[in-house]
Design a protein around this ligand. Structure first.
Ligand SMILES: *[C@@H]1O[C@H](CO)[C@@H](O)[C@H](O)[C@H]1NC(C)=O
Ligand SMILES: *[C@@H]1O[C@H](CO)[C@@H](O)[C@H](O)[C@H]1NC(C)=O
Length: 612
């Protein structure tokens, strides 16, 4: 199996010999680490840059050969502020594509701008991190179910740079498995699953020494040719995310018959490079999660929750072999308050841009943010450049439609999973528009029925919108009363807590019990007062959108009440039994955590109601 086709790169050498040096910079030390343990190639280069000339320099050039540049997905340069080898804070530096004069066309240049110029004799340490997709070439290109997947990685053993390099090394980390072959050059050694090149000393600018490594990689080469993420913001408390995936296995093409029997008997041997699962890491508190394909809902997906994340394991209907495709959709809801914030009179959505599946490479990512109707003055802030446009989405109750921000990016990897922000202004009255339209819709239907049956009913004074507004006012008044009652409940809770503090001061158990009795009575009263209001809100069509929020508030207050009573009884009990302070604490602490959380959540909901 020859690698001669990869030697073509040698042509560079000829072109490069005639290139002039760009400045007096010298790289006194270069260490490169290449990570080939997934389908994506990640290269971290640590450069020690020294200014050997007399003019100060504020730009540093990076060079990539054509072979790599079209696969470059992500590039950052950071400067380590700390002195020497210590761990200082890393500062990320601006970086842009440039076209210096007189350079060979087969090379692409990027320029890093330094925050302050590098003076004569000064040096600094840069870390350059580059991520490439589709750089590993399957070879052979077609394999059967019984074969392992072999891929080729091509690089230069010498760091390609417009500057002279004093001393350098290269480290290539491979996945576990067979290494078919690798280019042998001087000063190299194979060490387990790592190949070490160098050190090489005193090489002139643009030195290039092509190498290739041919090795086994059974990592999932899972690629989304297209991913459409739709993020819909509803001020009624939810952010709905829907993601449409078109996934293909981009490793070596599978040839010959596929035997499911063989695969099931020995999936690790028969079909090693195939993949069965995709793993999505969703935000914490994601809910109403579903996963479906063209045929329908798939219930074999599994979900785990903890406080930091929600994990979803997706299992397509068949194992994915080289060249095979599948399309599916996942959807989930997120609590609005985790992602929507206010700042300087505007609201802003702060949510992650990339894909929740970190193994997946995305050729084409489209992120659509659907804002509530009535949003305006929209601006977007992204941590890297994306193509941006706007459209409008019309759904059944909209009049002018919802503004949609469309962001597009090609060649997306896990490193792009960063937060972006959409800022907008919103008129709170617009929120009433949907309930109002529902009401006036019914009203017109009503009018037409009357006209049709020639009934003699005159509704002279009331216009449709007047009626609608009246109904909404009633709803608002009812909600206000609910809020007042809940506030009274909270005040009662506070008195109950105060009685416990008194108890710890005075030791007067009887006074504490009396306070409890009074609180029980009051809370019962409040609960009675709430009942008719809830019945009204439940039956009013104008309140249908907001009623779930009211229910949530009531449920949370009820749980808080229970926990508080539990805490109260526990403490009183301990006092009567004359238990020690340590024991009281042990019994109360678990209750107290939940009490604090509930109280916070109730305050949040009350605040939400204040805004309508
Ligand atoms: C699939 O599940 C979603 C969410 O649970 C549900 O809304 C939808 O109706 C289901 N579709 C089918 C075809 O069962
Ligand atoms: C967006 O959210 C992330 C994660 O919570 C946070 O680190 C970041 O500061 C937020 N950005 C803005 C602009 O609020």
């Amino acid at each position: 199996m020859g690698l001669s086709k990869f030697d073509v790169i040698l042509v560079f050498m000829v072109a490069l010999l005639a290139t002039p040096a760009l400045s007096d910079l010298v790289l006194s030390k270069v260490d490169r680490r290449v990570d080939l343990t997934s389908q994506v190639v990640r290269i971290t280069s640590t450069l020690k840059v020294e200014n050997a000339g007399s003019d100060s320099v504020s730009e540093i050039l990076l060079v990539f050969p054509e072979l790599q540049i079209k696969h470059l997905a992500y590039l950052t340069a950071t400067r380590n502020e700390g002195k020497g080898k210590g761990k200082g804070s890393a500062v990320s530096l601006p970086i842009k594509a440039v076209n210096p004069n007189g350079m060979p066309p087969a090379l692409s240049f990027y320029s890093i701008t330094l925050p302050s110029a590098l003076g004569k004799g000064d040096s600094l340490i840069l870390e350059v991190f580059a991520v490439f997709t589709h750089l590993l070439q399957p070879f052979p290109e077609k394999i059967t179910q019984a074969d392992v997947q072999l891929v080729v990685f091509s690089e230069s053993a010498y760091y390609l740079s417009p500057y002279a390099v004093n001393i350098q090394s290269l480290n290539v980390k491979l996945p576990d498995g067979r290494v078919e072959s690798y280019t042998k050059v001087e000063n190299m050694k194979m060490d387990g699953s790592e190949i070490k090149y160098g050190p090489y000393e005193n090489l002139p600018p643009f030195s290039y020494r092509p190498i290739a490594v041919h090795f086994e990689s059974n990592q999932p080469f899972s690629v989304a040719e297209e991913l459409l993420r739709e993020i819909e913001v509803s001020h009624w408390g939810n952010v709905q995310v829907t993601e449409h995936y078109r996934v293909v296995h981009r490793g070596a093409q599978s040839k010959g018959e596929f035997s499911r029997l063989d695969y099931q008997a020995r999936p690790n041997i028969r079909g090693a490079p195939s993949f069965r699962h995709l793993h999505a890491k969703l935000p914490p508190r994601a809910h109403s999660i579903y996963y479906r394909d063209e045929i329908g809902n798939i219930s074999t997906s599994k979900v785990w929750h903890d406080s930091k994340k929600t994990e979803l394991l997706i299992e397509p209907r068949y194992p994915m072999f080289g060249g095979w495709r599948t399309s599916f959709t996942i959807g989930y809801g997120l609590p609005l308050q985790d992602f929507l914030f206010a700042s300087e009179g505007k609201r802003f959505l702060n949510i992650s841009f990339g894909c929740p599946m970190s193994d997946l490479v995305i050729d084409n990512l489209i992120v659509k943010v659907v804002l509530p109707e009535g949003s305006g003055d929209i601006s977007v802030s992204t941590p890297f450049p994306v193509k941006q446009s706007e459209e409008t989405k019309l759904s059944h109750l909209d009049i002018v439609g919802r503004p949609v921000i469309v962001l597009e990016k090609t060649n997306v990897v896990a490193e792009h999973n960063q937060y972006f922000q959409v800022y907008y202004k919103f008129n709170k009255l617009s929120m009433l528009r949907e309930p109002l339209m529902l009401i006036s819709g019914f009203f017109f239907l009503f009018i037409s029925c009357i006209a049709y049956t020639h009934a003699d009913l005159s509704i002279s004074k009331s216009s449709a919108s007047y009626l609608a507004k009246q109904q909404w006012d009633e709803v608002r008044a009812a909600i206000q009363q609910v809020q007042n009652i809940i506030n009274k409940c909270l005040a009662t809770h506070d008195r109950l807590e105060a009685s416990l503090r008194d108890l710890s001061r005075t030791g007067d158990v009887q006074a504490c019990k009396a306070a409890r009795k009074a609180a029980d009575g009051l809370l019962k009263e409040f609960s009675k007062e709430l009942k008719p209001l809830l019945t009204f809100l439940h039956s009013s069509s104008s309140a249908s959108q907001i009623y779930p929020k009211v229910e949530e508030l009531i449920a949370k207050e009820r749980e808080l009440q229970e926990r508080l009573m539990g805490k109260h009884s526990t403490v009183v009990d301990c006092y009567e039994k004359k238990s020690g302070g340590r024991e009281i604490e042990n019994r109360v602490v678990p209750l107290q955590q939940r009490i604090t959380t509930l109280r916070q959540e109730i305050d949040d909901i009350l605040e939400f109601f204040d805004e309508i």
